[in-house]
Every structure is written in structure tokens, then in C-alpha cells.
Design a protein around this ligand. Structure first.
Ligand SMILES: [Zn+2]
Length: 245
């Protein structure tokens, strides 16, 4: 298969987003894992590819049913970040891009994680928070997202154990607003927001520790991570929908 062409190349293997190790010494364990298990699982990328039309139609429904101009704008921002996330991931994971293409797509793929965090917070803040808190939360998550993206772009070889917690920190920043979400959105919205947060966090942990890895040939740890992001996105989408309609 095409992905095999990069097998065994340190830092470029399709086994995972392993491009942060530009030379074997940077992370020997990860590089060794790439050599032992060089084949890209056959289902890599397909879950997110399926989410491209799904999130596109879901986003259009959400935007059409949003009740105010501000809500339409916030839901559009949210939907665009979702399309970017799933679209870039599908393109990145399904194709074979060569070292430069892979490096670029990998950065975009990781930048999109920050964007989906800020993108998800945007309609929740606009729909559920009073003006002052809304402004503060939007500043925090969008500044955090841009800072996170700059960090990943400027320090391309940052180790996984350092940048994965950054996603978690930004993702859990809105936790202080849960009581406001409960007050305006109700128990179902808060439950879904927390469930989505926990699912994304579980995905981050799986990505960081690279376990469980059920079937390295077909459905490895990275696919588990992708499945958790799909479940998390679904929970958050329902929460935003409940708040928007
Ligand atoms: Zn991925």
C-alpha cells in the first residue's frame, strides 16, 4: 500500500503523527516503535473522511436553525472549525504526501485541534453566557488557540508529552463556566458538554500513551483516538444544537 513507502523513515512514518521526531535521537522509543510497526493501519483516516460530509450537513442544519444573527455567526465559526478538522485529517491520513507535504499537513492537523476547541467554545459562549463572561471566555480560548498554534509551528519538534497537555489545558479552560451553562442551557447541555470534554480528553490520553492499540494492521491506537474525537464532536454538536434551537 502507498503508506508503506514511508515505512521505517524516522519522523515520517504514517503509523502516527510521528513527524515531531526529525531524527531518531529525538525520541528513540517512538522511532523504534515506527520500525517495529511501520504499516499504516488500513482504516487510518476513514472515520474522519466519513465525518466530512456528516459535519458539513450537520453544520448547515445548525446554521439554518440558529435563531439570532450572533448565533448564526457563532455556529458558522464552529462548523468551519469542524470541517477544517475532519477535512484536513482525512486528506492528511488518507494520502501519501512526501516529507514536505506530510510536515505541512501534520502542522495543519494539529493546529485544527486548537481551532476546534475554540470553535466549540464559541457558540456555547455566545448562546449561554452573559456578555461579560462571554467576552472573557472568547478572548481566553481564541488567544489560547493562537498561542498554541504558534507554539506548534515555531517549535515543530516539541515532544508529545509537552504539547498534548496544552490541548487538555485549553480544552478544560471553560470548566469554570459550567454552572452558567447549567443555568441557561439546562442539565442536558451541561452533561453533553462534559461528556464531550471527557471523550476528547480520553482521546488525548490514548494519543499520548499510544494505548490501547487493538489492531495495528487495521485499527490502531490512532484510530481509537479518531473514534473518540468523533464521539466527542457528536456530544458537543448535540449540546450546541440544544442551546441554539
Ligand atoms: Zn490523526
Amino acid at each position: 500500500m502507498p503508506g508503506d513507502a514511508v515505512a521505517g523513515r524516522p519522523g515520517g512514518s504514517h503509523r502516527d503523527h510521528a513527524g515531531e521526531t526529525s531524527h531518531p535521537g529525538a525520541d528513540l522509543a517512538e522511532w523504534a516503535a515506527d520500525l517495529v510497526e511501520p504499516v499504516k493501519p488500513k482504516l487510518r483516516g476513514w472515520l474522519h473522511a466519513a465525518m466530512v460530509p456528516a459535519s458539513l450537513s450537520a453544520g448547515i442544519v445548525l446554521i439554518c436553525l440558529a435563531r439570532t444573527e450572533q448565533a448564526v455567526l457563532a455556529c458558522t465559526v464552529y462548523s468551519v472549525t469542524a470541517w477544517l478538522l475532519f477535512g484536513t485529517s482525512a486528506i492528511y491520513h488518507l494520502g501519501t504526501w512526501g516529507p514536505l507535504g506530510e510536515a505541512v499537513l501534520r502542522r495543519l492537523d494539529h493546529a485544527n485541534i486548537f481551532l476546534i476547541i475554540a470553535g466549540t467554545c464559541t457558540p456555547l459562549a455566545v448562546l449561554l453566557l452573559p456578555r461579560e463572561q462571554r467576552t472573557l471566555l472568547l478572548w481566553v480560548v481564541w488567544t489560547g488557540a493562537l498561542a498554541g498554534i504558534s507554539f506548534r509551528v515555531l517549535w515543530v519538534q516539541a515532544p508529545r508529552w509537552l504539547y498534548t497537555p496544552c490541548y487538555l489545558a485549553l480544552g478544560w479552560a471553560p470548566v469554570r463556566y459550567l454552572s452558567d451553562f447549567l443555568h441557561t442551557g439546562g442539565a442536558a447541555v451541561v452533561t453533553l458538554v462534559v461528556t464531550g470534554g471527557l471523550l476528547y480528553s480520553a482521546g488525548a490520553v490514548v494519543y499520548a500513551v499510544q494505548r490501547p492499540d487493538p489492531s495495528p494492521r487495521w485499527f490502531g491506537f490512532h484510530e481509537v483516538f479518531h473514534a473518540l474525537t468523533v464521539a466527542a464532536f457528536t456530544a458537543h454538536y448535540i449540546a450546541v444544537s440544544l442551546a441554539a434551537y
